[in-house]
Each structure stands twice: as structure tokens, then as C-alpha cells.
Design a protein around this ligand. Sequence first.
Ligand code: PRX
Length: 650
Amino acid sequence: MSEVDYLDTLLKEDRRFPPSEAFKAQANFNDPNIYDEAAKDPVAFWAKQAEEISWFEPYKEVLQWDPPHAKWFVDGKLNAAYNCVDRHREGPRKNKAAIIWEGELGGCKVYTYDMLGREVDKAAHMLKNLGVQKGDRVAVYLPMVPELPITLLACAKIGAIHTVVFAGFSAKSLRDRIEDAQAKLLVTADAGWRRGHQVPLKRFADEAVEGTTIETVLVVKAVGDSATYTMTEGRDLYWDDEMGKASTKPFPPEKMDAEDILYLLYTSGTTGKPKGIVHTTGGYMVGVHTSMRSVFDLKDSDIFFCTADIGWVTGHTYIVYGPLSAGATVVMYEGAPDYPDRDRFWAIIEKYGVTTFYTAPTSIRTFMKWGPEYVEKHDLSSLRLLGTVGEPINPEAWMWYHTHVGKGRVPIVDTWWQTETGCAMIAPLPGLTTTKPGAATKPLPGIIADVVDENGQSVAPGNGGMLVIKHPWPSMLRTVWGDDERFRKTYFGKFPDWYLPGDGAHKDEDGYIWILGRLDDVINVSGHRIGTAEVESALVGHQAVAEAAVIGRSDAIKGQAITAFVTLKEGVQGTDELVAELKETVAQAIGKMARPEEIIFTAELPKTRSAKIMRRLLRDIAEGRVLGDTTTLADPSVIEELKKLSKYQT
Ligand code: PRX
């Protein structure tokens, strides 16, 4: 569906789902005045939320705002791992399940808060033994195994900065991130399971670390097959061996300043170089903890299952820091939704009595394609809240989720946020907000967001524009690692006092916000952000390619799919073999998720007279639409040429 058709569908959506009285009565946030109170004084609202976090030393000031730089909870001292683990060990949650881990092949491991605490402490001792100090960067390239959250929490405990690289990224992407972060130690695994096959992570890691700042590679035996890799003497060590040598004594948590960095997480932007998003300790913990209570209405009895990978921000916030800070039981699943069969998520919900299920619209659209019979095989009566994240959800998918998974009785929270925002920003409060299928609804209490036009004027209801956040919030990014200028330009370049997320949005007659998607050259494939510039730079790195332009075209399942228009060097023939080779080149350079769906060879790319590639036109071609105004084209004949070559021609 094109953007225009999509907006059309949204505007016709008139179904309403008010919260049930029963849900409202028990909800953590059920006083409608909360919105107005928080809007009047967001700083006071956040100060109140900060009481839920355990501080070693109180902060002296809630907010210092010198746009674009914010400091929250100034001079406060805390430790994120202490908040996520130790404080629960000291009370009645000591023997409560913190993490229930389900392996792809079927095994299950349960860590109570006390057991998790012991593992985290041992891992903290281990990292210290290996020379990791407060402020050092630790790169993490792991499949979804328990050692992943344990590593993150151990870093947090000693004050080291973790930077997780999703295990689907290529060796080159890992290397780029290690180099940018100047990481000292890498935690990886022998391999990871994916649909019953092994992904040789250690081999990729070897390629990535050669000649970088990495001094030590710690290898988790996630698969236990040593045939696929070698260990380098003096650099590579096994996790189990080093854990075996580490002290079993409690590890005293490092007293971190609220503004000390907790982690870096790289995300795509509009240049070829990913940005290291910087999150600090105090604000992030307050933000994520609050959203667990507000958006997810978390109770001690909840079993929380977020299907994201910890390699992305959703996993950082809603598998590790959010649920654990709130003392929840979190389900962590290692593998694919269709292994061994297409009912795996529903089987997990039934097996553990999951109450809160959080997934991406792409997954929901995939479940729709597979058919409701996989859902119906299982008892999902434990569910009491459903969530979505990562991309716009079309009303049809929302309704399917509501009907087949929620059985028409479970509220859905469509949560809009970003790597940069740290936690959910625009989402319903399930005990208060009447939901509309396809709308992220309203900014959460304490978040001041709006839809504005080019001049920064708030658009009237019924209109669209740019999404902006008009007031700082605790879990906002503080800068881009090593590039404050890029931080300033990207997010505060247009409006110096407001944060610009880069998303387009529509404001309806009730003031509800409907997110429409990226306004910049970033593609959202299955909820994963991929910069067109990164894919283009991978393509032009191939010897046959002269020039490349990459766009995201609408895709019924993935939201967007990548189409690459490629001009070849003189004398090179565009063959099927070359198409396959170029796709592989991108997969090698970035990762499989960035592999273009189609590659279209063309003699020329459409450009304006100032040599700017006309991406909108390329998108029209890829989506088979009648072409719009082409009068600004330097060479209009290019379009005829492109239309002939495109398999989507009208
Ligand atoms: O375009 C928005 C889309 O995902 C982008 C952020 O991607 P990332 O930093 O990878 O974080 C994804 C998980 C938080 C946003 O700029 N996006 C995220 N959630 C939604 C969404 N678009 C529409 N509706 C959402 N609920």
C-alpha cells in the first residue's frame, strides 16, 4: 500500500476501544488528571517517578536544560544493576523468577533474582579480573542466551559501558562499531542457533576484531561445537573458564553519577556511518521504570514476554532494564517464531502463563499470513495486555491481534519510541486511553509532543506534519558518541529547543497522533532501521557498480522492503548472477536484514538539475504508481528508461 493509500485507510478508521471498567479499576495509572498535571509541570512529574528508583545519594536538581544538552537528576548517585537485581534480592522478590529463558531447541533455564544476582556479581568480578574498568567500553555480540543480560548487568555493576551489536550484523558492521566505540573487550559466542542452524559468530568476531582496540575476546559456548572456529592464544578465553576463576563474593556496585554513561547503542542515520546513541544512568532508569508501570501496567504477578532481540533498543529496555528494575518475571526466548513450528510464541505464552506480550507489527502480519489456527491451538487466557512496537501498525493487523490473540478482551498498547528516546513516548495508558486501531494515541504523561509544520506551527486537528518533542525527558539520548555536532545537527538542527525524531505524523480531530513513518532516508524493514546511505555505500564498494540509489518500497509484511537502483560501470553486463552477488555484498557489509529485495539495473539515475537523486520518483516506480511531476529532472528520458527496466512498471 502506498503512503497516500495508507493515510486514506487510517483516516477512515472509526473503531474505538475504551478500557474496560475492570481493567481501569486495577490499573497503576487510572486518574485522568495525570495528563494535565504532568503537562503543567513535567519536571515535578519526573521527580515523583524518580522516587521509584533506589539512589545511593540523592540528586540536587531534577533538570538542567541547556539545549540540546540535558542533565537529569544532577549529582544523584545510583547503579543500574543494583536497581535491576540487588534491591530485589534484599526483599520478598529474592526467590522470584527474574528471567525465564527458553532455548530454541527447547531447554529452559530459570534465574531467580538471587541466582541472577550471583551470576552478575561473578561476571563483574570476571570482567574486573580481565582489566575492565569503569568507563571502558565492552562490545557484546551474542545470541539470545542468558549470558547476554548477565554481561549487560555486570558491565552496569562495575560502571563499564556496554555496546551491544545485534548478532545478525556482519563482521564488518561489528568492526565499525568496535572501532568507533574503541572497545577493549568483546563478549561473543561460539555460534548461535537460528531455525535449527548454527550461525558462526566466533568466526565473524575473529574477522571483526583483527587490528582493533579489542584486547580480549570472551567466548560463551552457546552451541558447544568447536569445529567452526579457532581460539587465538593470548586473546581468546572461554566464558566458563573465566567465570570459574572469578570470586563468588558479592560485588559492590559502583556508585555511578546519574549522568555517567550506561550504554551506547548504534543506529542508522542518513549517512553511511551509524550513530552511537549515548544513554546515561539516572534518567534512563527513571524513564524505563516509569513506562513499565504506566504503559505496561506492570504488577508483581505479571509474566512479561517481549519478543525483541536484546541487540536492539527494545530488548535493552523491555527485556533487561525495564522489567528487571520493576521486579518482573521476564521471558526471554532464544530463537525464531516458527521453530520448530509456527505456534512457538503461543506455546511459550501457554507454557509460562505470560500476561503481557510485546511484539512487532511485522510479526503480527506474518502470523496473519500463517493463519489463526496456530494461535487457536493454545490457551492464551493468561494474557491481560498486548503491545506493539517498531513500526506503524495497520488497522487490519491491529484488529487481527485484538481478535485472535487478545480474544477481543485484552487492551493493546501501540508504543511509539526510538533508540534515541530510550523508552516509550507516545502510547496509550491501558487503564485510561480509548484506543483506535493504528494510532499510537497520545504522548505519555511527562512527554510534551506535537505535530508541527515546516515553520514549527502546531498543525490543526485533521492535518499532518513533523513529530517534535518539545520538552526534555529523562531517558533521552545525551549525545552521539564522539560526535556532538552530529547530535546537534540531526536532532536539534531544525528547531533548537525541540527534539526532532525524523518521523511524519497525523493529528486527528481528537488530538490523537498517528505515526506515518520516517521523513528522512531511513528505511524501516520489519521494525529495523536501515540507512539508505549504508546500503548504497556497500553497493558502490562492489567493483561492477558506478552508482546506486536505495529506497524503501511498501511491503505487505515487512512494512518496507529495500529496492536498489544500480548503474553499472562501462562494459559491465547486468546479469542474474550479478544481482545475487550484489545482494550478498550488502549482506556481508551490513547484515542479512539489509539485503535488498530487488536490484534494478539502469543506465542512469533520475537526478534534479542540482544532481540530487529523486528518491520519491524511484519509490513511485518501485511501487508501480503513476509518476508525479518530473519537470525538475535534469534528463526526463531517464524515467522512460527506468520504467522499462523496472519489474514494477505501470
Ligand atoms: O519510525 C519510527 C518507528 O521506528 C523508528 C525508531 O526505530 P528504532 O530506533 O530502531 O527503535 C525501534 C523500537 C523502539 C521510529 O523513528 N517506530 C517505532 N515505533 C513505532 C514506530 N512507528 C510507528 N509506530 C510505532 N509504534
